[in-house]
Design a binder for this molecule. Structure first.
Ligand code: NAI
Length: 461
């Protein structure tokens, strides 16, 4: 009998398993696929590896501005694929040894719940006092665009750059996956069109920054069509003919493409888990419902990460894994955290906390500070001066409500803003903190200063 069995070894699952073992539980982790889950194998990590490779192509060109002229870069996609795999292998190998080093038993196979304290892994019976379900998510489907590995691909197949770079790539979905792959393939030479159903890409994100990002991406050569949906496609001699329709107005049009990337969201993976037999409840979208301890309606059965609820982010899964593990070990733990989000476009787009619209919806009067990267010495030295930082505070008490960053290093800068929000900091706290110069981080301080009309490097309005 195990104290705890974790199903799935993605970021959520391996965090849960390791923490539970650290807390003295006898733990097994069951994995049907590859250790590390989507994030390490076919998600966050390989995407970032390719983004870096594609960005380096661009940077080689940009270096001419400061007198370094390289000959035309030679692109070897097979080698790029091998490098991507090398990074992935190093990390997945690392996770396997962390599990082992912490005394977690790794069981390869497909787990099925047979009772609140029983599982079957490929027919073999296992017993556990508690179970954490961390089975993740898979690409959501869109009628008429079934992935076939040739015409319509998901992000998983799209990572295989060695299969070739399509001349014309149509991406359905202007969300995180759509935009990150648009950035990779645009740099690698595809003519990319992004089709987004809503009236802006990254629906729900700060519209002002999204507008700026849209402009920047268009300048980079990515075509963006919002308020449009894909209806069907046909393969002809000239490639794919994709019928699209305006969401409002219904005008239709045919776009030519060589390949389609389907990126319209992700769905929880629960098939085959046998949740019904144990009585674990899911919501109307299929996510497993949990309380703040990540425990489902069945005592001792937990769910974390993508399978539990949005946002579908690795770091949210990690934290939920730690909470579930601690609670399963009898420690007080609950999930009540600020969750930053990052889109790895160039420049990066990161945010935490409320947008102005969300604050208004709650009836909060906001004060907003901005600081453009064009006024940042460090950004200029990095040739990355596009973007802006936006700090939102409660106008009545100066408490920070949200920070939205479009610009270089946004993925790292957002961590300071997240800490500030967790600590219930005010805009003045950010403004009064001495930040090193010259850095990108001092721009966050200046955005907070601008909120009070006191930024030094811009005219405050
Ligand atoms: P998403 O939910 O971010 O975006 C999907 C987009 O497709 C939405 O903007 C939606 O309005 C649009 N859409 C839906 N149906 C459509 C249709 N028929 N035609 C045109 N547009 C349509 O989902 P995405 O990009 O697939 O990513 C899945 C999840 O993975 C997200 O929740 C995201 O948070 C996560 N992820 C996070 C990353 C990161 O943290 N950097 C990287 C990649 C994914």
């Amino acid at each position: 009998m195990y104290d705890l069995i974790v199903i799935g070894t993605g970021p959520g699952g391996y965090h849960a398993a390791i923490r539970a073992a650290q807390l003295g539980l006898k733990v097994a982790a069951v994995e049907a696929g590859a250790v590390g889950g989507v994030c390490l194998n076919v998600g966050c990590i390989p995407t970032k590896a390719l983004l870096h490779a594609a960005e380096t192509l661009e940077n080689a060109k940009k270096a001419a501005e400061f007198g370094l002229v390289f000959s035309e870069p030679q692109r070897d996609l097979t080698k790029m694929g091998k490098w991507r795999d090398k990074v992935v292998k190093k990390l997945t190998g690392g996770v396997a040894s962390l599990l082992k080093g912490n005394g977690v038993e790794l069981i390869k196979g497909f787990a099925r719940l047979t009772g609140p304290h029983e599982l079957e892994v490929d027919g073999k019976k296992l017993e556990a006092k508690k179970t954490i379900i961390a089975t993740g998510s898979k690409p959501a489907a869109l009628a008429g665009f079934e992935p076939d590995g040739e015409n319509v691909l998901t992000s998983t197949e799209m990572l295989r750059v060695e299969s070739g770079v399509p001349e014309r790539l149509l991406i359905i979905g202007g969300g995180v996956i759509g935009l990150e792959f648009a950035s990779i393939y645009n740099r690698l030479g595809s003519k990319v069109t992004v089709l987004e159903y809503e009236k802006q890409i990254l629906p729900g994100s700060d519209p002002e920054l999204v507008k700026l990002l849209t402009r920047i991406l268009k300048k980079q050569g990515v075509e963006i069509r919002t308020g449009a949906k894909a209806v069907s496609y046909q393969r002809g001699k000239e490639g794919l003919a994709v019928s699209i329709e305006a969401v409002k107005g219904g005008e239709s049009e045919v776009l030519a493409a060589d390949q389609i990337l389907l990126a319209v969201g992700r769905a929880p993976v629960t098939a085959g888990l046998n949740l019904e037999a144990v009585g674990v409840r899911t919501d109307e979208r299929g996510f497993i419902s949990t309380n703040e301890h990540m425990e489902t309606n069945v005592a001792g059965v937990y769910a974390i990460g993508d399978v539990a609820r949005p946002p579908l982010l690795a770091h949210k899964a990690m934290k939920e894994g730690l909470v579930a593990a601690a609670h399963a070990a009898g420690k007080p733990a609950a999930f009540d955290q600020q969750i930053p989000a990052v889109v790895y476009t160039n420049p990066e787009f990161a945010s935490v906390g409320m947008t102005e619209a969300a604050a208004k919806e709650r009836g909060i009067k906001t004060a907003v500070g901005r600081f453009p990267f064009s006024a940042s010495g460090r950004a200029l030295t990095l040739q990355q001066s596009e973007g802006v930082i936006k700090v939102i505070a409660d106008a009545e008490n100066d408490l920070l409500l949200g920070v939205h960053i479009l610009g270089p290093g946004a993925s790292d800068l957002i961590a300071e803003a997240t800490l500030a929000l967790e600590m219930a900091a005010t805009a003045s706290d950010l403004a009064l903190t001495v930040h090193p110069h010259p850095t990108l981080s001092e721009n966050l301080m200046e955005a907070a200063e601008n909120l009070h009309g006191q930024a030094i490097h811009v005219i405050n309005r």
